[in-house]
Design a protein around this ligand. Sequence first.
Ligand code: ADP
Ligand code: MG
Length: 677
Amino acid sequence: MVSSTATPTRAVTASRASTTRTRLFAIPEMRWAATATALFALGLLAKLTGGPSWLWWSLLLACYLAGGWEPGLAGLKALRDKTLDVDLLMVAAALGAAAIGQVVDGALLIVIFATSGALEALATTRTEDSVRGLLTLAPDTATRLTDDGEQTVAAVDLAIGEVILIRPGDRIAADGRVVDGASEVDQATITGEPLPVDKATGDEVFAGTLNGTGALRVRVERRAEDSVVARIAALVEEAGRTKARTQLFIEKIEQRYSIGMVVATLAVFIVPLIFGAPLRDSLLRAMTFMIVASPCAVVLATMPPLLAAIATAGRHGVLVKSAVVMEQLGATTRVAFDKTGTLTRGIPDLVEIHPLPGSAVSEDQILCLAAAVEHPSEHPLAAATVRAARQRGLDLPVVHDFAAQPGRGVSGRVDDHHLRIGSPTVLTGDLSSVADAARVRHGSNARPTRSIAAAEIVATVHSRGRTAVVVLREDEPVAVLGFTDQVRPEAAGAVAALAESTGSTPVLLTGDNPATADRLARQLGIGEVRAGLLPHDKVTAVRELAAGGHRVTMVGDGINDAPALAAAQVGIAMGGAGSDLTVRTADAIVVRDDLTTIPAVIALSRRARRAVLANLAIAASFLGVLVVWDLVGHLPLPLGVLGHEGSTVLVGLNGLRLLRSSAWRRAHDQAAGHGAS
Ligand code: ADP
Ligand code: MG
């Protein structure tokens, strides 16, 4: 029997995110394949050293059993559902070989067949491992704080609203909000952000992230199964159950092919008999035909490279939700980017507050009102406003009737005033044209009304490459706020790499103003800009690109991008901890906050596609050569088995190549290299 101590248990490092790997022999298919191999080796040894025939016969038959019971049983079950399984044909061929005395050849067939099955299982398991690695990040137990003191409970039993204690160095057990204490938290496991983030009362923390040196009390806001990390894990797990287009196509053909193959096998057997060939020769040739004509390698050509690529991308911070997506990514001919939060850091700073003349409010009053309305919003501009108010030590009043309009702004009632905050063009019409018209009408030194003043300030803020937002009270503009955002340092490199690999310049689709958008596009080398877009305009833009014959990959981060992500051939969401809706709509999620992973995953997809093509070519040529050889010449059964199963294993191994980190590194270096130039 196989000793499972052959592979030492790998210690799982507690502090750093690491994927736990299933031991090789924890995979049942692996164990059966190894058992079959060992029995085959013993049987062959017994036979070659002249051992008693009962000994090697029973060893080889045991080998049949070990390697063939599982595919045989599965094949019989499939037959009950009226589908003909290739696996069943292989087992039948092996048994047939034994029946005509070629017991060693049949056993060899079983061994190699079981091995290729095990390789396939290995590819799937490795993918699942990278998911489980994510899940095990969240600790199993938590310290619950009650009136009676501390209690250690299972993390899954935590209810929303309960308060847990996070000690220094602990992994955080649940998604929630800090109610007391301050610390820095390493969120690399979810966001890939290498620097710890400061957390204080009111801040959100995520299960599976690592607490630094402070102690935190956290109120639980999501149950364990709804946590960000659990959701990501579930998404990737689903990916393994999906099938690529190529695979679906192959499986559709496989059915008809298998039936055709059985008919052809019968013909190969019967026709020579009619012409007087000896029974044993005909049977042998038919058997060989059935083995070499089996499309095992063709069936194994597609999924392992794609699944391996999914696993590799997952380990490097890009979660691809399905094999279909992994297949499509490499076909991208145009990339569309959202601006705020995608090409920029998405952590803007509020740097200008302009109360409008005649509005009779101070900067602090404006900030107080604006921050109160923005408080419930998830938008980066909202977060910046609230942060600015906190920094000035302002107490925020409560907002009632809060409503958000993605891509436009927010509204609510504070101190019995109706307030609206958002995009200047959307809220007040085209302010600048109002201002221009007024100037023409009144001459350049006419006294500006409040709207015109607002328009002029907005234009000044835009001319500095900043984002302007207007604050309206009872639908009258009272202030203009100006925000800066930092461009992600790797953005230009990623844009250059994508332009090179897709053959066309990326497009910038943004809800922000044209002046700011143009400036950023020039800085990053983006050739096409569409600004001032509402969420549905982004969808239209994506559709237009697609209608122009492009396969569009859209990259975005916010709720406002969700429709466009869905409309694109492939939608990629930035930030795993990002908006729920975006993460759900997207086909892939960049959890490591790094844009260069996008050209890298596209390059990886191309490699996977090339591997699929190479596999199909290998499989088809082996199949063709062996079939012709068997029909026109004399192909010895062992050689047929070796050729057929050899090509299957070759194809399987070729897929697994993409599991290696070097596959990613090469793809990533290629992308980074373009950026550097
Ligand atoms: P982008 O497409 O660049 O990511 P969005 O579509 O999120 O930008 O926002 C477009 C514009 O809508 C912003 O530039 C801003 O003027 C306005 N806006 C949207 N949400 C808010 C908000 N919560 N507070 C203030 N302004 C907002
Ligand atoms: Mg955005």
